[in-house]
Design a protein around this ligand. Structure first.
Ligand code: GP9
Ligand code: MN
Length: 632
């Protein structure tokens, strides 16, 4: 075949376009990514481009055609391998590759046995670009340009690359605010920034935490351990072991804040069922309980509950430190004979749950695949809470007992959309559509919890269980202060914003009879020790920062991830000390000692996580008579 004469850099352009299109077709043929609108489709199409322009662009620095050709082919082979491996991996795990998975030996075993089984002949398609580039090199001859504009041309080229990247990130930010800081889900990352950029990002995150881990040593654990021991409080003998041997059901109530409890909206009761529980004799309702989450939202609340440690600042610890050693609630329950599991009808990689649950020693994750979502049973982010709870009870019925299930609801999630038939009360009227709809979805969730209780009773699981329910984090952010101020009929100050971080906590013990409303000031970090003590499992040896809420010595002091805190006397927010009773500014001296303790505790918690310090504890306590022992 005769060589055709094409303009200079034609081969480079062909290479970029060929790999770009191969990647895009790979996306749509081999991965099951949910695309909701034209904009998402466009972002998906655009997203491989910035990375490809960048890496292929280095060819512009190569003087010899031979070297350049080798470089172009190498890049196309590597990108094809990346896409091909992800496709094979996806068939098995329904997820994109992340580095920690490759390093987890148990995964590796699963992987190697299934790699061959999951390779398809059609996967050759992923190498189409290599072939096209090879032919381009053979049959296209490029014109020498009349004017040498090497340097300027290259500069322009990389400016254009950066511009494409900016457009891509800008559109992604519009579709998914805080995508990178919250890093929700690998699927969302790939959809928005592309598979290649995602891998670079993953590499960056994983190597950062690897480096911090490498620098840590066991001596730090001693320092943190001293702090933790000094804060340990003995359990309340009246409560210790009251639910021993029962199934444990922990319900995460999506975005539920405490201000709706025992409250009305335009004359409509918002949470009739939960209100009943607040004065039920089998229930302890905590009305002064705070969430302590950061950007990792639901996943942070799970992290706190499991570990009684603070989450990380500025990123989701489920993503950044899923390879650590933890002393989780689930692991402890597992050691005590419980079948531990999480039930949540979302895709398994959301919040990196599939990986993190493994790390936390959770026996099984009932994800969206375990549920059947019938016609009309999904709204907003996924399965509706009522059918979700119904199927959850059916699944529980099949579990070995005693089980410990964490059940995560979803309907009451921003943007709080509902189908007409599920709207049990009207909307609120204010300038915030979010707050207006919030009351309705909360009302729906309340109904769902009622259905859940009824079903547990009907299926005979109720009497032998303990049910703990908590709000995972706020639903109405400070952006809606104006509407909130209208609803609460008062001006919202930083003090009020802190108080609004209260979420309800219910500890429901069927047949107990001595429950009551509690105003002890407490937070999510207290859940782990409280639950374990109710089950008669000691936490004396554990590296946890919370304390048993029922303990007579429980200290009324709650630290927020962002450095705010609440004590029984004060609230500290935006560097101002407020009186907790009146909400008025007060002398900063009252807050001073707690400011110090807040910084110390948050630092220690970060030290544990960043240095992966609990691995040293594991090493020290290899003796079974010390580790995981039940103390009666
Ligand atoms: C997703 C659900 C919601 O699976 O838990 O997460 P959130 O956005 O609330 O953190
Ligand atoms: Mn949530």
């Amino acid at each position: 075949m005769k060589k055709v004469v094409w303009p200079k850099h034609s081969v480079l352009i062909i290479a970029i376009v060929a790999t770009w299109l191969t990647t895009y077709f790979g996306y749509i043929t081999s991965f099951n990514m949910k695309i909701d609108n034209m904009m998402q489709e466009f972002i998906l199409f655009l997203n491989p481009l910035s990375f490809l322009l960048f890496v292929y662009g280095f060819a512009l620095f190569m003087k010899s055609t031979k070297k350049r050709n080798i470089y172009l082919l190498t890049i196309s082979i590597l990108t094809s391998i990346v896409m091909f491996s992800n496709a094979v991996f996806y068939r098995f795990f329904n997820d994109f590759i992340t580095l920690p998975v490759l390093f987890q030996t148990s995964n590796f075993r699963d992987l190697s046995s299934s790699v061959t089984a999951n390779m398809h002949l059609t996967d050759i398609f992923f190498f189409t670009d290599v072939l096209i580039i090879y032919f381009a090199m053979r049959y296209v001859s490029e014109k020498e340009p009349k004017v040498q504009r090497g340097k300027i041309g290259r500069k322009l080229y990389f400016v254009m690359t950066a511009a494409v990247m900016m457009v891509n990130l800008g559109l992604a930010e519009m579709e998914r605010p805080q995508l990178l800081t919250r890093s929700f889900d690998r699927e969302l990352l790939v959809k928005n920034i592309g598979a290649y950029n995602y891998h670079v990002y993953d590499l960056f995150i994983q190597s950062k935490s690897h480096a911090q881990r490498a620098l840590a040593d066991g001596s730090e654990l001693v320092e943190v351990g001293n702090y933790i021991n000094a804060n340990y409080t003995e359990p309340n003998p009246d409560m210790y072991g009251v639910a021993k041997g029962r199934n444990v059901i922990i319900v995460s109530l999506e975005s539920l804040q405490n201000f709706v409890i025992n409250n009305e909206m335009d004359g409509h009761v918002i949470t009739p069922f939960l209100n009943e529980l607040t004065h039920d004799k089998d229930t302890f309702y905590f009305n002064n309980f705070y969430h302590q989450t950061g950007l990792g939202k639901t996943s942070d609340s799970e992290f706190i509950l499991e570990n009684s440690l603070h989450p990380r600042n500025g990123s989701a610890v489920f993503f950044t430190h899923s390879g650590n050693t933890y002393d989780s609630l689930s692991e402890r329950l597992g050691e005590n004979g419980y079948f531990t599991n999480v039930m949540h009808a979302n895709n398994r990689s959301f919040w990196n749950r599939d990986i993190m649950y493994n790390t936390l020693g959770i026996n099984k994750f009932y994800d969206v695949e375990s549920y059947e979502i019938g016609e009309g049973q999904a709204v907003n982010w996924g399965m509706k809470d009522i059918p979700f709870f119904e199927q959850t009870v059916d699944l529980m019925k099949e579990m070995p007992q005693p089980f410990a299930s964490r059940v995560i609801t979803l309907t009451n999630h921003h943007p709080f959309d509902l189908d007409e038939e599920d709207m049990l009360i009207p909307q609120y009227t204010s300038n915030s559509n979010t707050l207006n709809k919030y009351f309705q979805t909360v009302r729906y969730m309340d109904e769902a919890v009622k259905v859940f209780f009824d079903d547990l009773k009907e299926k005979g699981l109720y009497d032998n269980s303990i049910i703990i329910m908590y709000g995972d984090h706020y639903g109405i952010s400070e952006n809606h202060n104006k509407a909130m101020s209208m609803y609460l009929d008062k001006e919202i100050t930083p003090y009020d914003n802190a108080i609004l971080q209260k979420v309800p906590l219910f500890v429901h013990i069927p047949g107990y009879g001595k429950g009551k409303e509690m105003d002890e000031l407490a937070g999510q970090l207290d859940l782990r020790p409280t639950i374990l003590h109710l089950l008669g499992i000691s936490t004396k040896e554990d590296m946890q920062m919370g304390a048993d809420i029922f303990s007579p010595d429980h200290e009324p002091f709650v630290i927020f991830r962002d450095g705010r805190f609440v004590t029984d006397k004060n609230v500290y927010a935006q560097e101002v000390c407020y009186d907790n009773e009146t909400g008025e500014e007060t002398d900063s001296g009252a807050c001073e000692p707690f400011i110090k303790r807040t910084t110390t505790e948050l630092d220690y918690s970060d030290m544990i996580i960043n240095g992966d310090l609990l691995r040293f504890k594991e090493e020290q306590t290899q003796h079974p008579e010390i580790k995981g022992q039940q103390k009666e």
